[in-house]
Design a binder for this molecule. Structure first.
Ligand code: NCD
Length: 308
């Protein structure tokens, strides 16, 4: 089976069959990653560039590890230490890299739509590793993989995405993916951090009361306040945010049921999650990170295979 699309620009463009194919391929790669020899020759003749125009820890390392586990040749590009700082355009940078015979571009950029722009202008396949406030497709895929692994199936699952919905590409990709796969989605947080027409536009539930959101859901996917994307104050202080929307053990214990806690990282401990929750038995945060490698291996393998 092959993906219906040449690039992975967003979950918006994937079919449910594409998503199922990526998740089942990731299951096979996760099995490979449990072996003493974790490397397979699948992408031996493929060269991949990781083009990171924005800071990243997990996503960049996870992509690089996935590429190396598949035996691809890997080039790393960080905008801060490159000629982008000397005024070179994105398209010039990429065309120069492609002339070195690169097959696949993994790209993170602070501008929404940057990978879509590139896809129109270059022949290589592109995997979006997060574009502005638009999408972060591989994060949603690894979130889905982790939910499925923990709870069995996505269909019928109740997932609350909590926090700074307005500035979150993780929220966007999760909303698309979970609904395509038959899960129910609620977004929760302060009214100033939730877009006004989100319910009409995306068919998600909206809840401003944290406890009610937690009482409703099976899984809480908790987000960081993306201060770097806010150019005006949208709440009075982090302390106040934490009082109204921070999740602590006491609150979880008061629900009278078990829910699963997720977070894409980086966590701001003591703001959206207390340490006893982030590191507690309900949390699958480190499983998400582990699964990220298998999921990205699946994405890269399927995209590269479609090309051949
Ligand atoms: C997220 C991102 O960069 O979009 N992190 C990640 O990729 N794991 C979320 C965030 O920065 O808060």
């Amino acid at each position: 089976m092959k993906l219906s699309t040449k690039h992975l620009l967003g979950i918006k463009h994937l079919t449910t069959e594409d998503i199922q194919l990526i998740l089942s391929t990731a299951t096979q790669f996760k099995e490979v990653l449990q072996r003493p020899v974790k490397k397979v020759p699948s992408l031996r003749d493929i060269t991949i560039v990781n083009l990171f125009y924005e800071n990243s820890t997990r996503t960049r390392m996870s992509f690089e590890l996935a590429e190396r586990r598949l035996s691809a040749d890997v080039l790393n590009f960080a905008a801060s230490s490159s000629s982008a700082a000397k005024g070179e355009t994105l398209l010039d940078t990429v065309n120069n890299i492609l002339s070195m015979k690169v097959d696949l571009v993994v790209m993170r950029h602070s501008a929404s739509g940057a990978p879509h722009f590139l896809a129109k202008h270059i022949p290589a396949a592109i995997v979006n590793a997060g574009d502005g406030i638009n999408e972060h497709p591989t994060q949603a895929l690894l979130d889905a993989f982790s939910m499925q692994e923990k709870l069995g199936q996505l269909a019928g699952l109740k997932v609350a995405i909590i926090g700074d919905i307005m500035h979150s590409r993780v929220a966007m990709s999760n909303m698309y993916l979970l609904q395509k796969m038959g899960a129910e989605v609620m977004v929760a947080g302060p009214p100033t951090l939730i877009p006004k027409y989100i319910s009409e536009a995306f068919g998600v539930k909206v809840e401003y009361n944290l406890k009610k959101a937690l009482q409703w859901c099976d899984v809480a996917n908790v987000l960081r306040i993306q201060l770097e994307r806010q150019n005006q104050p949208l709440f009075s202080s982090l302390r106040e945010y934490s009082l109204a929307y921070g999740i602590n053990r006491r609150l979880l214990d008061s629900l009278g049921k078990e829910i699963v806690i997720m977070h894409p990282g980086p966590i701001n401990r003591g703001v959206e999650l207390d340490s006893d929750v982030a590191d507690g038995s309900s949390s699958i945060i480190l499983n998400q990170v582990e699964n990220g490698v298998a999921v990205r291996m699946a994405v890269l393998y399927l995209i590269a295979n479609r090309e051949n």
